[in-house]
Design a protein around this ligand. Structure first.
Ligand code: HAM
Length: 407
């Protein structure tokens, strides 16, 4: 009889973030966290397990996330709980529970961590995945919407990722209900898939989002929300587009962008990439001015976003994660003073390697290479005379000589 022990595998749609993924993951978190802090956001952790009611009331009972995809169970204390499918609901719960809605002013939080959705796993779609998110409370101005969008652009740029930005307005409690009525009247005349027919009753705007090709053709002449906005929402949407134009942010208005979560009002946006297959959304977000109220708090305008880290990691190049290491060396005793002061000033910004030993050109090169320097900078007799510095970029394999002042 064989007593071979079977190896326990991880669950379907859940994976270990190790080796290459571990490097990419921590690299991204570091970059994004720094940018979030520069924008005035402070780090927040909320529990991964929450009461199921929280997501029913926020993400919405008619959404696929709540209706089909929750990891829901009854715990030993008979509580109906679930693993969070997204981060916003927990952050708003924290905001209300700690009475921050009564404090006035603005509050800004960033977070990252695992989210769970029981979806059919495929490329870019996991059952446990990670988000990096930001939520801003108390700011009703559309400038804050633009601020969040610009911040995502900066995060994506910092890890060298291209994208397309889609925006839409989902109106408010004034203009959305009459638009829904007009839409339903139109939809009832069309031949749509079973899912759409169900959604006409449960959440008609989600019909606009159907990926079925025949539905897309049927929906071509559907009334657009952007033509049915109230004066205030219309002005805000125009203003948002203006700010993005003024700041050189390219975007496309997609009137079918409705998002899969029910809490959005006004601005909705998504960042997509054409390089990661059908699951192309790398980030999504928007304004949710009524969610604090839905969860028992005082009305508080809010806007936020979340980036899908695994999808993003598909696009980041491992060579970009390597930190720059500068090696500075003196080729004679006279250069030591200058090298010493250059090392001290460069260390304020980056990792710098050096010592106090004059060496030959080739010995310095070998020494720098051995220590994985990405840039080697050397000063010898000629450089001292000309007030220059010799530099080799080890990644690009390029050499230049520049004036000391430009170093
Ligand atoms: P979401 O669009 O559902 O928004 O998710 C944000 C991002 O998470 C998506 O763009 C995608 O990159 C990633 N993502 C979603 N589902 C999966 C999956 N099954 N596997 C891998 N990645 C996935 C939200 O969750 C909102 N809470 C965003 C937000 C924050 N809105 C306002 N504040």
């Amino acid at each position: 009889m064989s007593n071979k022990i079977e190896i326990v595998q991880s669950l379907r749609g859940m994976k270990d973030l190790m080796d290459r993924d571990g490097i990419l993951f921590s690299y991204f978190i570091e970059k994004a966290s720094l940018i979030a802090k520069n924008y005035g956001f402070t780090y927040l952790e909320t529990p991964i397990l929450e009461e199921t009611a929280l997501f029913k009331r926020s993400v919405g009972e008619s959404s696929d996330i709540v209706g089909k995809e929750m990891y829901q169970f009854v715990d030993k204390g008979e509580n109906d709980v679930c693993l969070r499918p997204e981060g916003t609901a927990g952050v708003v719960r924290m905001f209300v529970q700690n009475k921050l809605d009564r404090a006035g002013g603005t509050k800004k939080y960033f977070y990252h961590g695992p989210m769970f959705r029981y979806e059919r796993p495929q490329k870019g779609r996991l059952r446990e995945f990670h988000q990096f998110g930001c939520e801003s409370f108390g700011e009703a101005s559309v400038y804050e919407d633009a601020n969040m969008i610009i911040m995502i652009c900066e995060i994506l740029k910092s890890v060298k990722i291209g994208h397309k930005l889609l925006i839409n307005s989902l109106g408010c409690q004034e203009c959305m209900p009459p638009y829904k009525k007009t839409l339903v009247t139109h939809l009832k005349e069309l031949h749509l898939c079973e899912d759409c027919d169900r959604r006409i009753i449960t959440n008609p705007i989600r019909v606009l989002d159907c990926k079925n090709e025949s539905c897309k053709i049927e929906l071509q002449n559907a009334p657009k929300i952007t033509n049915n906005l109230c004066k205030l929402c219309d002005e805000d949407f125009k203003k948002l587009k203006n700010i993005l134009d003024e700041n050189g942010i390219a975007y496309e208005v997609d009137t079918n962008l409705v998002r899969g979560l029910d809490y959005y009002t006004k601005t909705a946006f998504e960042f997509v990439s054409d390089q990661i297959g059908s699951q192309s959304a790398i980030a999504g977000g928007g304004r949710y001015d009524r969610l604090t109220e839905f969860l028992g708090g005082r009305p508080t305008p809010a806007v936020g976003f979340a980036i899908g880290i695994e999808r993003l990691m598909e696009l980041v190049k491992i060579e970009d994660t390597k930190d720059e290491i500068l090696y500075i060396g003196a080729m004679n005793d006279e250069a030591l003073d200058l090298v010493f002061s250059l090392v001290a000033s460069k260390r304020k910004h980056m990792k710098v390697l050096s010592d106090y030993k004059p060496r030959s050109f080739s010995k310095h090169l070998a020494n720098g290479e051995k220590q994985n320097a990405t840039v080697i900078a050397l000063i010898g007799e000629n450089e001292l005379k000309d007030r220059t510095i010799w530099i080799k970029n080890m990644v690009l394999n390029k050499e230049i000589i520049i004036p000391i002042e430009e170093f």
